[in-house]
Write a protein that binds this ligand. Structure first.
Ligand SMILES: [Zn+2]
Length: 205
């Protein structure tokens, strides 16, 4: 199909087109392609589908669709057309020119890839933001506890308070290790409030 559109002597263009096909084929998923053309398909067994072949006058499903088969690539095969190929070749068969096929392939990739990428990116950024906040909060709480313990030095309550802070930091360490940022933030807020209560009540005495 590519050869049909380029002069056989225009080797650089042909090589460029082949490179483009390889890169598109690697990323395209056949089911995304079928959804783009709004072609219904039916699952037969894990990863294998059947559909009415759009490439010939088909009445009963004679096109096989394989997703991520042994070669690691999606493919299709129609025994009536005696034709087969990967996801990009399917687009090529549906479109009249190579340029059109590339355009369709890129729009499918943009639609499917872009959405999941930005979603993942947002998730990662949100996690980063929470982690930063959690680190800062527990660090600040640590300073408050240190000041509190210093103020208690020499008093009978010191030993008990020290033990308590030790237990709290063991829990904080656990949250840090498990990257449970939301739980950690909630926990630190709670301990901060308690510490303020304790400090104001001991100040009155
Ligand atoms: Zn067919």
């Amino acid at each position: 199909m590519v050869e049909e559109e380029f002069e056989y002597n225009d080797v650089p263009k042909l090589v460029e087109a082949r490179g483009k096909i390889r890169s598109l084929s690697k990323r395209l998923r056949i089911l995304d392609v079928l959804e783009y053309y709004e072609l219904p398909y039916e699952e037969k067994s894990g990863g294998r589908y059947m559909m009415v072949c759009p490439l010939h006058n088909d009445h009963s499903p004679s096109m096989n669709i394989f997703t991520e088969n042994d070669s690691g690539k999606d493919s299709w095969c129609c025994f009536v057309c005696n034709d087969n190929g990967d996801a990009f070749r399917f687009i090529q068969r549906m479109e009249s020119t190579f340029t059109e096929a590339v355009k369709v392939a890129e729009s499918i990739l943009k639609k499917t890839g872009a959405v999941s990428n930005s979603g993942k990116q947002r998730e990662a950024l949100e996690k980063q933001r929470l982690a930063k906040k959690a680190f800062l909060l527990q660090h600040r709480l640590g300073i408050e506890y240190r000041d509190w313990l210093i103020s208690l030095r020499g008093k009978p309550i010191y030993e008990k308070a020290y033990q308590k802070v030790y237990e709290i930091y063991k829990q904080i360490e656990e949250y840090l290790e498990e990257e449970q940022w939301e739980k950690l933030i909630k926990y630190v807020h709670n301990k901060q409030e308690k510490l303020q209560e304790v400090r104001s009540s001991t100040n009155k005495k």
